[in-house]
Design a protein around this ligand. Structure first.
Ligand SMILES: [Zn+2]
Length: 417
């Protein structure tokens, strides 16, 4: 008993002390994501990657997908810049309008994660460490008025244009040297600057895949990339050990590779659509483990970790749902029946309580940078997982439907023939 009293007293003192500390030094939340270009899930699972394994032991691993809805309005090519922009905007190509690596007319009305972060926290630090310049200048749109005229505070990129430091060779090995340089710069900068939101992009494994196809040289490119990721992971651990910071660390890829030899990608085969997610986050929700998440789920996951507020109707447009914390619903579907003039909507429920508000807009003003007029047409229990909406008195060639739960919303477009 004596020990118990001593223990309780100690607990009380330490609790008071700890609360005092946490009030004066609140943990700073930071996020970093790495896109490793062109690594199929089956290859990652087969090859020994000790550094990624260490991250997985801290948090988790899951297979995931991209490409939007195959055969549906959101179908998106399994092409590099397209894949990055799904992550950056939390939407598929039908919204962000990037369908290839030319990035000719991205729709910046679907704010990327850097614009969202800068708008929430103009005083905080953003960083891009990248083997491809277009990531910052075209996709994130740094300095472009329509993209919000944001500037990335720290950037190490553009080395592919520095042919003196990185002379181009026929096999494309200079790309691996650039990746190494980018990783070393990221390592140093993260330790020194601890940027609040950063993106690391490593390119070479995709080049190896195109040159050699599935096989030893491609696998070796993954082992090298794993060591490069290890440098960055060590830097993040250094920050957490020496500063009061909590980092969300995510590694993913931008597409799989086509069978039989893995040399190509861009189509809708299962192996091209299948990607993977590695994270140090050990508090993922059931959607992470129990269903195959989409790359678009990373945007709401990062914004939730960083406590970002989504302005206006931006949240209604997101095609993903958070992989951490409370989740109300996912997997939205909507079917229009021309005979009855009804739209049947359905979803997967992750909670027993709460209601879903079904809202409809017959315009797509958001796409043009304006707000839509939503009409609340139904409120049903979340666990009903479906509802029928009569739109026979609201004829239109386009409906945008939002299903909004207590913790998140999902959406679908309906385009009657
Ligand atoms: Zn790629």
């Amino acid at each position: 008993m004596k020990y118990l009293i001593q223990y309780v007293t100690l607990l009380f003192i330490s609790t008071v002390f700890f609360q005092g500390c946490s009030q004066t030094h609140e943990t700073e939340k930071k996020a970093l994501f790495i896109i490793l270009d062109g690594i199929s899930a089956d290859v990652l699972e087969m090859i020994h990657t000790p550094y990624l394994d260490e991250v997985i032991e801290t948090g988790g691993y899951t297979r995931a997908y991209l490409g939007g809805e195959a055969g549906g309005y959101s179908e998106s090519p399994t092409v590099s810049a397209v894949g990055y922009n799904h992550l950056l905007t939390g939407t598929w190509s039908n919204k962000h309008n990037v369908y290839d690596n030319e990035i000719e007319e991205p729709n910046y009305n679907y704010w990327n994660i850097f614009r969202l972060f800068e708008t929430n926290h103009p005083e905080k630090t953003t960083a891009i460490y990248s083997s491809w310049l277009d990531n910052r200048t075209k996709l994130v749109g740094g300095g472009i008025a329509e993209a919000g005229d944001i500037s990335i505070d720290i950037h190490f990129d553009g080395f592919e244009h520095d042919t003196l430091a990185f002379p181009h060779d026929d096999e494309g090995l200079y790309v691996q040297k650039i990746d190494q340089h980018v990783s070393e710069m990221a390592d140093q900068s993260i330790r020194e600057d601890g940027p609040d939101l950063s993106w690391v992009y490593l390119w070479y494994p995709d080049s190896a895949g195109h040159y050699y196809g599935d096989g030893d040289k491609y696998y070796e490119s993954l082992r090298v990339a794993d060591r490069q990721i290890g440098l960055i992971w060590e830097a993040v651990k250094y920050r957490e050990n020496n500063y009061n910071e909590e980092w969300l660390f995510i590694v993913t890829t931008d597409h799989g590779r086509r069978l039989p030899d893995g040399r190509h990608h861009g189509g809708q085969t299962e192996r091209e659509r299948t990607i993977w997610l590695v994270t140090n986050e050990n508090n993922t929700n059931l959607h992470f483990a129990a269903s195959k998440p989409g790359i678009v789920d990373l945007y709401p996951t990062i914004s939730r970790h960083l406590d970002l507020e989504l302005p206006g109707q931006l949240g209604y447009e997101l095609d993903g749902v958070p992989l951490t914390g409370d989740l109300s619903l996912s997997h939205p579907a909507a079917d229009y029946d021309p005979e009855t003039g009804e739209i049947s909507v359905s979803w997967k429920a992750w909670h027993e309580d709460g209601e879903v508000s079904v809202k409809i807009s017959r315009t797509n003003e958001f796409q043009e940078g304006r707000e839509d007029n939503y009409e609340l047409v139904k409120q049903v229990p979340l666990i009903a997982t479906e509802a029928v909406i009569d739109v026979s008195d609201r004829p239109s060639d386009f409906y945008k439907i939002v299903m909004e739960g207590p913790h998140n919303s999902v959406n679908r477009w309906v385009i009657p023939e």
